[in-house]
Design a protein around this ligand. Structure first.
Ligand code: UTP
Length: 264
């Protein structure tokens, strides 16, 4: 049973400047809810009971947003030294057990089982750490961590190699690692051994590559409409589609969009 989730939100948010100068990126709303709220809701819907949010030194608004939720705790990452370093701060919280990680930049819509829920199901069946992936277009390969490996089941791959932001010619896969993980506790020792990589940051992908030498890592090609809310276009897609799904807004917003397109 996976009971705990870690949500890192302490990145620099450079792709969303100047909005992120004073406001953490996690607080930028999609319709009327901060992005991090979608991610917390996905975690709770997946059966998670306790959440640790890694915040940056200007992350007070994130704390404030959840101050009525006793199952959410916070830790400050004083310097943005990378996603691996951020997760390393969750060692005590995880208390020796496997745990989930959800990145706020990846918002995933599912009418059925959540993306994280699908990974948890795979973890319960196969053990090992499970990383969430989806096929990305070739021109986007160099923007993601990429997982290579052999198919075990229709959506499950046993991972043989992971590379952070590779040149597309240097890998034989287009499976992008997309912000949902179930990790075994051994990841913390692997993070401690990880040297700064791309951008001088401690990369989670590099730590996973170290962990893969001692235990199995699987990639799960999860179902769901995933938005890259960390980039401007992806964020706009999320805003439009979530608004269209809303009972209180959807119809009026759709009429507005239809009119707008007709007159263009
Ligand atoms: P990104 O690499 O997308 O960085 O981090 P970022 O700061 O959010 O965005 P840009 O590229 O500067 O615009 C992936 C996830 O890891 C978290 C981020 O908050 C994001 O959820 N992260 C990254 C941390 O918590 N700490 C870090 O040191 C780095």
């Amino acid at each position: 049973m996976i009971k705990r989730a870690v949500i890192p939100t302490a990145g620099r948010g450079t792709r969303f400047m100047p909005a992120t100068k004073a406001i953490p990126k996690a607080m930028i709303p999609i319709v009327d809810r901060p992005t991090v709220q979608y991610v917390v809701d996905e975690a709770l819907e997946s059966g998670i009971e306790e959440i640790l949010i890694i915040i940056s030194p200007n992350g007070e608004p994130v704390k404030h947003h959840f101050d009525d939720k006793p199952n959410i705790k916070f830790v400050v990452q004083t310097e943005a030294r990378g996603l691996g370093a951020a997760i390393g701060l969750a060692r005590d919280f995880c208390a020796g057990e496997s745990f989930a990680v959800l990145l706020g930049d990846d918002v995933v819509y599912n009418a059925g089982r959540t993306a994280l829920g699908q990974l948890i199901d795979a973890h319960e069946k196969f053990g090992g750490s499970i990383i969430g992936v989806q096929t990305v277009p070739r021109e986007k390969v160099s923007s993601y961590g990429i997982a290579e490996g052999a198919q075990v089941e229709p959506r499950l791959i046993e991972v043989s190699r992971m590379v952070e932001k590779p040149n597309p010619d240097s890998v034989n896969s287009r499976l992008g690692i997309l912000g949902r993980y179930v990790l075994n506790y051994g990841i913390f020792d692997a993070i401690d051994k990880t040297q700064p990589g791309k951008g001088g940051e401690i990369q989670l992908t590099d730590a996973l590559e170290i962990l893969s030498k001692s235990e199995k890592i699987y990639a799960y090609d999860f179902e769901g409409r995933r938005y890259d809310a960390g980039n401007k276009l992806g964020f706009l897609e999320a805003a439009v589609e979530y608004a269209l799904r809303r009972e209180d807004l959807g119809e009026r917003f759709e009429n507005y969009l239809r009119g707008l397109i007709k007159f263009k």
